[in-house]
Design a protein around this ligand. Structure first.
Ligand code: NIG
Ligand code: FE
Length: 388
């Protein structure tokens, strides 16, 4: 296997607290990294770097662990910029437009869905993402959900079945019949194609009891649970996520002290998706309250055509810093290690010895430029470890 040394790194963020300044970010300055095709072999001072087959000179730039985007809906057809414009003029987001994407996605060929997914995956990767979770949820039929999961699997191992996104139009008058279909034949067909199950548990989508039923059935079929909760309204959805030991509960825009208490005593990560609040002109989630209470926080794009057509993790970091009072280091950690924790992965999101060789070299001396230069091309190159 070829070894490679990345030298002359001005600021290396490892997220390994045993390295460098021994903070959570595990920072080293004037650093080097040695990798093989798969993993990190050595981390230390540039002056002490061992020889390797190849050398990459980082030229005094910062290196960060690859972003782990733990929440996306990349498999869809069409676009809904008209809804975005209406929202900017005061119209409220209620998820109603999901039906339009369902209609467009059902009408699309598999090649069209695949090409659109590839384009968005490539945009994410170019911006420093090295691990991406991808959900189904825009066809809401047995065959359609299966095909979205198959397409998602071409791009990621972190594939999530979201058959319970909303009740599709043809079942609006008989929602119980849709839930029956979801927990029986749809799950039967889809469980072998996914790793995770998710439900949109919110006003206008599914209730807490319905979400419990779907996630419990999914778990019995071998899928691990995660949950969309409290994007539009407050409910007991976060309590449900903790009750079911969801890896992550996502959005958390409406949250109270009890939710924060439950989360801080749990292994459930709160994944915040500020691209959605930005694009729906909604209040941002209270990241500060969660972090101060010891809740593990992740940041992700939520890339989808309705509430957050965002394909840049750097942009998400910038919003979290500017609008949610997260420090740059907290936002960087949440978008790398936090995302890994939200996917229960212990091989990505950090750059200690044994981690996957997934990293980004920035066109900047410090990682703070991710938030300091919003909208700029701060990520110079993305490196992903070889995957079988
Ligand atoms: O996470 N909230 C549910 N699902 C997506 C939005 C879907 C859409 O509007 O198309 C979200 O924000
Ligand atoms: Fe989402």
């Amino acid at each position: 296997m070829t070894t490679r040394v990345i030298t002359n790194i001005s600021e290396l963020t490892t997220n390994d607290p045993t390295i460098g300044d021994c903070s959570a970010l595990g920072r080293l300055f004037d650093a080097a990294l040695v990798i093989d095709d798969e993993q990190v072999l050595w981390v230390g001072a540039s002056a002490d770097a061992p020889d390797a087959d190849d050398v990459i000179d980082a030229q005094g730039c910062a290196v960060i662990p690859g972003f782990v985007d733990s929440h996306t809906h990349l498999v869809f057809a069409g676009e809904r910029s008209d809804e975005f414009e209406a929202r900017m003029n005061g119209v409220h987001y209620d998820g109603g437009g999901i039906d339009r994407t369902v209609a467009a996605s059902r009408a699309a060929t598999s090649d069209e869905l695949r090409d659109g997914t590839r384009k968005r995956v490539n945009e994410l990767f170019a911006g420093g993402v090295t691990t991406v979770e991808i959900k189904s949820g825009y066809e809401l039929t047995i065959e359609g959900e299966k095909r979205e999961l198959e397409i998602a699997s071409e791009f990621s191992d972190e594939v999530t079945w979201l058959g319970a996104h909303v009740v599709p139009p043809e079942y609006k008058a008989s929602r119980d019949a849709y839930i029956d279909l979801v927990v029986t034949s749809m799950l039967e067909a889809c469980a072998p194609k996914a790793k995770w199950a998710d439900v949109f548990c919110d006003r206008g989508a599914f209730s807490v009891d319905e979400a419990r039923e779907v996630l419990t059935s999914a778990r019995a079929k071998g899928l691990a649970p995660r949950l969309h909760a409290n994007q539009l309204d407050h409910s007991d959805a976060i309590a449900l996520a903790v009750e079911l030991d969801c890896a992550s509960v996502d959005h958390c825009t409406y949250i109270d002290d009890r939710d924060i208490d439950l989360l801080s005593g749990s292994a459930t990560v709160a994944t915040l998706l500020p691209g959605a609040e930005f694009s729906t002109r909604s209040p941002y989630p209270s990241a500060r309250r969660m972090l101060d209470a010891g809740v593990t926080v992740a940041l992700a794009t939520d890339c989808n055509p309705g509430s957050s057509y965002v394909t840049s993790m750097a942009f998400v970091v910038a919003i979290a810093v500017r609008e949610m009072a997260m420090s740059v280091d907290e936002a960087l950690f949440a978008s790398t290690k936090g995302g890994a924790l939200a996917l229960r992965r212990d091989d990505v999101g950090f750059l200690g010895v044994g981690a996957r060789a997934d990293f980004a070299i920035l066109d900047a001396p410090r990682a703070a430029h991710l938030a300091y230069r919003p909208g700029g091309n701060v990520v110079a190159s993305t490196h992903r470890a070889w995957r079988p």
